[in-house]
Design a protein around this ligand. Structure first.
Ligand code: DSN
Length: 447
């Protein structure tokens, strides 16, 4: 894989392969791993060639601090235009009144929100890590957990869904200054309007962390929190299919009060110079997310997720909450007699990549877990659909329903290879025809 600004890379000994063959070789190996594996980690995706080019561009050379028109270094005229473009696109795509594209990650975006409205020791009420929440929402061994007084709501033990009445009762007891709605492993639609009502009833600010679902929100396939939450944060590499980075959005109702404050909290509050190359990649990501092909992609993502969930249910697997509304699902493996860790390892041995995951009220340690989390965003980007999703469910079942024999492992590996060859890696450097437009055409043919 050669990434170059030049269309015709020079073979003059100045490229990565010549300068650092070791790093080049590791990247090549990873490229092959990505091609040859069925990627089902719910937070994973494959960026377009355009996003990849922007990420690896000469913009990495430019130092810039501050915001467009308010920089601490000169020579920022191009960077100002770029960041303004990214901001305008984010506002348009999400219907936001203010956007900050500088956070290095989704976690950094969350820390900037905390810095904006909280003082050390203030109370936060977020979703429990073991019930689907995220580390940066206050886990006790993180910076958030050490600085603030963090409390957690859980899902209902019977339905395994958010119980808004219980969350309200807990909020009335705890009186948090900030409530967090959003998750890393919650397969159901989140009612952000209800969360805002709860926050208002207890006088709390509301942060919606849409890291996992921001692509679905952008496509209009999950209700947007922008009209309700005081702050909306997201990472940009998951369903949104951009670079490893973050962003913050404010709705009309909160921009007047918080726009300047959140900008100061991001820089200089929690981070330094702008990752200009990431701003460019996010601008490209946002342009792509505005296209009809992106909506088609997300529809296909949801359809694939439904097929996979339904197949697993029919094969006797228990899914947390009984299914999924979004791109991910959690399989409870307790009845199958294997742990999440064993399942992750077994599937890895046949090049199906998943992650072990804690389930609500899990009795296993976080290093073992009772379940696994599956997501369809990455395979959908590669073009997997229909029969191929049924086939993936079948292969997962072959590996998990009982201890697989050597013969089964060989057969499953061969099937994984066949499927991967059918849908080559999407990075488009190898397969330029696998563009968003190709996915759009494929979606139109299927419907
Ligand atoms: N938040 C983690 C996940 O959901 O997988 C990593 O991005």
């Amino acid at each position: 894989m050669k990434i170059s600004q030049d269309k015709t890379p020079k073979n003059d000994g100045s490229g990565l392969e010549s300068i650092d063959p070791k790093v080049f070789e590791i990247i090549e190996r990873e490229h092959n791993r990505q091609k040859d594996n069925i990627e089902l980690i719910a937070s994973a995706n494959f960026v377009s060639r355009a996003v990849l080019e922007a990420t690896g561009s000469i913009l990495t050379n430019k130092v810039a601090e501050g915001y467009p028109g308010r920089r601490y270094f000169s020579g920022c005229e191009n960077i100002d235009e770029l960041e303004n473009l990214a901001i305008a696109r984010a506002k348009e795509l999400f219907g936001a009144a203010h956007a900050n594209l500088e956070p290095y990650t989704g976690s950094q975006a969350n820390h900037a929100v905390y810095l904006t409205v909280l003082k050390p020791g203030d109370r936060i009420l977020g979703m429990d890590l073991g019930h689907g929440g995220h580390l940066s929402h206050g886990a006790k061994f993180t910076m958030t957990g050490k600085i603030y007084d963090c409390h957690f709501y859980k899902v209902d033990p019977d339905t395994e869904r958010l119980d808004y009445d219980r969350i309200l009762a807990q909020a009335q007891e705890i009186r948090p200054k900030l409530m967090i709605a959003g998750a890393s492993a919650y397969p159901r639609t989140i009612d952000f309007q209800r969360f805002r009502e709860i926050a208002d009833q207890v006088g709390a600010y509301l942060l919606a962390d849409i890291a996992h679902i921001s692509g679905l929100v952008a496509a209009g396939l999950h209700p947007s929190p922008v009209p309700y939450a005081h702050f909306v944060t997201s990472s940009t590499q998951k369903t949104l299919r951009g670079p490893r980075s973050g962003m913050i959005l404010l709705g009309e109702h909160s921009a007047a009060e918080f726009a300047r404050k959140i900008d100061s909290a991001v820089f200089p509050g929690v981070q330094g110079a702008v990752h200009v190359h990431a701003i460019a990649a996010k601008a490209v990501m946002l342009k792509e997310a505005m296209s009809p092909s992106f909506v088609a992609y997300q529809r296909q993502n949801l359809e694939n997720s439904q097929i996979l969930a339904q197949d697993l249910l029919e094969r006797g697997y228990r899914l947390v909450s009984g299914g999924t509304d979004n791109h991910l699902m959690l399989i409870d493996l307790t009845d199958k007699g294997i742990t999440g860790k064993e399942a992750e390892d077994r599937l890895a041995s046949v090049r199906i990549t998943v992650n072990k995951n804690m389930l609500p009220y899990d009795s296993q340690k976080p290093t073992i877990c009772s379940g696994i989390r599956l997501g369809t965003s990455a395979i959908t980007t590669r073009g997997f659909a229909g029969e191929e999703i049924h086939c993936i469910a079948h292969l997962i079942d072959k590996m998990l329903s009982s201890e697989p024999t050597v013969q089964t492992i060989t057969k499953v590996k061969n099937e994984v290879s066949r499927l991967c060859k059918l849908h080559p890696h999407i990075d488009s450097i190898d397969e330029p025809e696998k563009s968003n437009m190709a996915l759009e055409r494929q979606y139109q043919l299927q419907h």
